[in-house]
Design a protein around this ligand. Structure first.
Ligand code: ATP
Length: 333
């Protein structure tokens, strides 16, 4: 069996797009692989400087994954901060990583490009070392657990290549004593896999067009009602394919319900209001029970903290084994 590892961003409650594009496939992968999923709290420290929010976000995201069905016996779920060996390994890896490689990292370059476009003379203005070092910390996350496969979005492909480069650089120097497995990325296949947001663009927190997974029922209802639609009257035929509420319905309703609604829209007689009710009910039926579980887990004093601690203990067991080999190989033992 292969070891799958993925870092979960802890910025705010996941939305329907995250569920469809990340959570659901990750839970499916956990059925037949050795899986480690970690909450990337130290990565988020680069952008989140409010302690209360950081703390809350980590709990909220962890509770979300558990409520969605992550089995903590099967999958090692842990906080990045719960495995301090990752920072030790990051220091080791920095010593075999060319600075030029980091200079070419997309996230760093994009931040410099933004400064340039804004007419700044100091291209590194506002860029912290955390952002610059991000790819090394990410390589440490992956290599520490000797992961084989890292399922991520396409935008992360460069970071996975960097991790492989860094692993090879280490292996080249120390391979007689210890070699990291060189990991590969696993990327979503096909184009049709991007869930639209309420404005029709890709659902994304950055676009503020997202539907949070466990939004309170009354707020969810209001949000769905506000999804823009055209002014075709109730009785006239409508084109389901170009309607955002219908597209969303098709992701979460079963085939029979989706087909029924499609036929009624095409025939005329079904208004957008009724379609939105269908959509609200579909989302609410599907995620309502998970929302209840989420609310239990996210409440102070729930078993969430114990689950994360148990996960960190398991992860640290693996981390300690890798670090013992690494330390011996580099001569710091
Ligand atoms: P941000 O705007 O902060 O970048 P986001 O809402 O776009 O956040 P990400 O954090 O970039 O979401 O993505 C996390 C995971 O969810 C990734 O694996 C990504 O592929 C998946 N994902 C995000 N949005 C969608 C979407 N609309 N449809 C399908 N998958 C998505």
């Amino acid at each position: 069996t292969k070891t799958y590892l993925t870092g979960i961003q802890t910025s705010g409650m996941p939305h329907l797009g995250n569920y469809y594009g990340a959570i659901q496939p990750a839970l499916a992968a956990a059925e037949s692989n050795d899986t480690l999923y970690f909450l990337a709290d130290y990565h988020s420290l680069n952008s989140v400087k409010e302690p209360a929010r950081l703390r809350e976000d980590v709990r909220s995201v962890a509770a979300t994954w558990l409520a969605c069905g992550l089995d903590p016996e099967r999958t090692v779920l842990y906080r990045q901060s719960g495995v301090p060996e990752v920072f030790e390994l990051a220091t080791v890896l920095a010593s075999v990583t060319a600075k030029g490689l980091m200079n070419r990292a997309h996230a760093y370059k994009a931040a410099r490009d933004r400064n340039e476009a804004a007419g700044s003379t100091e291209l590194d203005a506002g860029i912290n070392m955390g952002l610059f070092n991000y790819p090394i910390l990410m390589a440490a996350d992956i290599l520490l657990m000797e992961a084989d496969v890292v399922p991520v979005g396409r935008d992360q492909a460069q970071h996975i290549e960097y991790t492989a480069d860094i692993a090879r650089a280490f292996n080249h120097l120390y391979g007689d004593a210890y070699s990291f497995p060189v990991p590969e990325g696993a990327y979503p296949q096909g184009e049709g896999s991007v869930l639209p947001g309420v404005d029709g663009r890709k659902m994304s927190k950055s676009y503020d067009n997202h539907i949070p997974l466990f939004m309170a029922e009354n707020r969810l209802k209001k949000l769905v009602r506000r999804i823009p639609t055209d002014s075709t009257p109730v009785e006239e035929p409508k084109d389901p394919g170009s309607s955002v509420p219908f597209q969303l319905l098709a992701y979460f309703a079963d085939a029979e319900r989706t087909d029924g609604v499609r036929k009624r829209l095409e025939a005329g007689g079904m208004g957008w209001g009724e379609l939105k009710n269908e959509l609200f009910e579909t989302i609410n039926d599907r995620f309502g029970p998970m929302r209840e579980r989420y609310e239990q887990l996210v409440a102070p004093g729930s078993e969430l903290d114990d689950i994360l601690e148990a996960g960190a203990a398991r992860a640290r067991g693996r981390a300690a084994a890798t670090m013992a080999k690494v330390r011996r190989a580099i001569g710091i033992d």
